[in-house]
Design a protein. Sequence first.
Length: 241
Amino acid sequence: MTVSEQTKARAPVARLYTDAAPVEWRISEGLVAYPDALTEMEARAAAIAAGEAPELVWLLEHPPLYTAGTSTDTKDLLTPDRFPVYETGRGGQYTYHGPGQRVAYAMLNLKTRGQDVRAFVAGLEDWIIGTLDQFHIKGEVRDDRVGVWVRRPERGPDVEDKIAAIGVRVRRWVTFHGISINVDPDLEHFSGIVPCGIQQHGVTSFEDLGLTASMPDLDIALRSEFERVFGPTDDEIEAPA
């Protein structure tokens, strides 16, 4: 099957969930330890489910690490002693996080957003693709594998690489975990795993594609495209210490 035959037919997604209240928007400076992020996400998701906190999108970077999703095959961890490996309840398999990769954790209440997990994931895909489009990167999704992909015709007619990953968990209809986009991470760090269990395709980044973009530039695009798909945002009033 050719790449074009695998391309998922995607109906346009236009301002899903427009009746939702504004989502708080947080950007963390520096590198955030994964256990700290997981603790904060779980606490915030519980508070959202209880009606005690607004929804939140949290942008950050992690130090180098691998995470294991619920569908992980241990054979795909090729160098287990290279970086810390964290078990996580999100869907998917092994993935890498590290400096130069923008992680966006989305804690949204699907009870007020249609209670449709597939529509939520389609919204995440559209969010990523719209963001990439602002930098003239054509991202695509596939029926047979998760994430957002970029064709590499200079390397062959059916060659493509993953530029963004998606991994989510839903508890009490509140989402957490989210997406990651490769800006300029060390792509060699992905060699310690089989990313998402997919051996026949590689990974790429803005830098690998010959594009220069700052993290703040990406954050601006992420916010505008999130608002297009999911509705309005507000700056977080007070981030935790």
